[in-house]
Design a protein around this ligand. Structure first.
Ligand SMILES: C[S@@+](CC[C@H](N)C(=O)[O-])C[C@H]1O[C@@H](n2cnc3c(N)ncnc32)[C@H](O)[C@@H]1O
Length: 261
């Protein structure tokens, strides 16, 4: 059953210590652990599920993101919530292994899948895999040229803290990129999209990844994520300037970009 968007967007009873986990209001301190459980559970089927859920579209979206990032030899690229390395591996290919690419993710199980995938693709050098939280990145100030986060920000407990961390680690002149699913899709496709998210994704999760709740969370977390203009405003506030966005596939996925001035 699809809930109306208005109900989902309604402000919760404000409690600064509470957070959304999908549609559930939880204590903020619980969210990171719950998200970790979700990705530990789905890591083995993560890449297959991405293909099934998006009909392969996620590959095109990721290609588009990396084209916009324009990674170059000699740069330091940080892919946060990098999971199984899809963005990092594309950047590695584009730079012919001549950039320093760091994949940072809170979940070691996702990173292990990524390392195995890199080896399968014959990539031995140029990638560093680091376990870490987007809200407290284990990297020095002004140490990276490009920061990317694909389908990760939605899972972070304190989005504004993660945005401030991105601004902190970027060098002046560095670029920020975020790709996320968005609730702000074109009105013409909104009812189909919501029905797909709320009904089909959990079913796919149940039958393929054997975890209905993980994909129910995925669908709910999309609906709770800020719409395009709100995220751009929060980027600016965090120190990521000239924020703008590009809708992909009617706004199902959105790329936000900004500069560290
Ligand atoms: C949907 S996956 C995206 C993976 C990859 N970027 C991609 O596009 O395929 C979300 C990732 O965010 C990671 N994650 C969730 N919360 C995080 C946090 N606070 N800090 C860093 N990574 C986090 C998860 O472990 C998971 O690997």
């Amino acid at each position: 059953m699809v809930k109306p968007m208005a109900a989902l967007k309604r402000k919760p009873q404000e409690n600064p210590e509470s957070e959304w986990f999908g549609y559930r209001r939880i204590d903020a301190s619980e969210k990171t652990g719950l998200v970790e459980q979700v990705f530990a559970s789905v890591a083995g089927n993560y890449d297959l599920m991405n293909d099934l859920m998006s009909g392969g579209l996620h590959r095109l979206w990721k290609d588009t993101l990396v084209r916009r990032m324009r990674p170059r030899a000699g740069q330091t690229l940080l892919d946060v919530a990098g999971g199984t390395g899809d963005i990092a591996l594309r950047c590695h290919k584009k730079t012919e292994g001549k950039a320093k690419i760091i994949v940072c993710d809170i979940n070691p199980a996702m990173l292990e899948r990524g390392k195995a995938k890199a080896l399968d693709q014959g990539v031995m050098k140029g990638l560093t895999w680091v376990t870490g939280n987007a809200e407290e990145l284990p990297f020095p100030d002004r140490s990276v040229d490009t920061y990317s986060i694909a389908f990760g920000l939605r899972n972070v407990t304190r989005i504004d803290k993660a945005l401030r961390e991105a601004a902190r680690v970027l060098r002046p002149g560095g670029r920020f990129f975020c790709m996320e699913f968005s609730p702000g899709v074109m009105p013409a496709i909104r009812p189909f999209y919501e029905a797909y998210c709320m009904n089909v994704l959990p079913l796919l999760g149940e039958f393929v990844a054997k975890d209905r709740n993980a994909y129910k969370y995925l669908a709910e977390s999309i609906m709770k994520f800020p719409e395009q203009a709100e995220l751009a405003a929060r980027m600016e506030k965090a120190g990521l300037s000239r924020a703008k966005w590009t809708d992909l596939t009617g706004g199902i996925a959105v790329i936000h970009e900004g500069w560290r001035i």
